[in-house]
Design a protein around this ligand. Structure first.
Ligand code: PXP
Length: 250
């Protein structure tokens, strides 16, 4: 399948940190995810270290190198994080907003408004060998700004689409989905690889998976939550099945 599933294991660390200690270990979750067919592992080292910690990133990269699985390191665009990413050398780095002033109204990274600050960081990360991805809204302004940097990938924020469906607002969800589709076309035409993520579930993933430009979906919270009921491996396998069926039907 040309559509990949990146599994975000952050919230295994959330559970571990609720008690302290080592259990459950997000690296074990990554191992199970890889065995269950995850095409990549995603983890967000937040500035406040609320879930994933520095040593988790190091162990995740060791596992990913050993199993030839791409590691997608999500991080804020700060000097500290750039240093860490350059040391750990993950396959990909996805720049995400953490502070209010870094985000657009909907929640994606404000690339257009912070262009001068971001361009040198993106270049440094690209020079260190990482595929740089920018987590943005699917707007022309942000896509054009992303295309003018050394980033190779954009990940479109699907949170507003997921929230609209949660609120029962199908018309709003449909209009956001149209924007996500058109953004995919625009970004691909600009030479960017297109990913989607945030808030995706068994119930809302199919229309996103059906977008022909989508190359990767990054899904975390729902899969980790569902693992409580059906196990991590089966939750990942079921998500992949839904994604494949949606793409094949499209
Ligand atoms: N993609 C990006 C860039 C993210 O920051 C996150 C985590 O917030 C996700 C995907 C996964 O989102 P979720 O945990 O809602 O599936």
């Amino acid at each position: 399948m040309s559509l990949r599933l990146g599994v975000n294991i952050d919230h295994v660390a959330t559970l571990r940190n609720a008690r302290g200690g080592m259990h459950p270990d997000p690296v074990n979750a990554a191992r199970v995810a890889i065995e269950a067919g995850a095409d990549g592992i995603t983890a967000h080292l937040r500035e406040d270290r609320r879930h994933i910690r520095d040593e988790d990133m190091e162990r995740l990269q060791a596992l990913c190198l050993k199993t030839e699985t791409p590691l997608n390191f999500e991080m804020a665009a700060t000097e500290e994080m750039v240093e860490i990413a350059r040391r750990i050398r993950p396959h990909a780095v996805c720049l995400v907003p953490e502070k209010r002033e870094e985000r657009t109204t909907e929640g994606g990274l404000e690339v257009a408004g912070q262009h001068n600050r971001l361009v040198p960081m993106i270049q440094q990360l690209a020079d260190s060998g990482a595929r740089v991805s920018l987590f943005i809204e699917a707007t022309k302004r942000q896509i054009e700004a992303a295309a003018s940097t050394a980033a190779e990938v954009v990940e479109f924020h699907t949170g507003a689409y997921a929230h609209a469906l949660d609120d029962g607002d199908q018309a709003l969800a449909d209009s956001i989905l149209t924007q996500l589709v058109e953004g995919g076309t625009l970004a691909a035409a600009a030479g960017l690889e297109v990913h989607y993520g945030h808030g995706l579930t068994f119930d809302n993933v199919a229309p996103v998976a059906a977008i022909s430009e989508a190359m990767e979906l990054n899904i975390g919270h729902f899969i980790i939550g569902e693992a409580v009921f059906m196990g991590l491996g089966p939750a990942i396998a079921k998500m992949r099945e839904i994604m494949i069926a949606a793409r094949e039907a499209a």
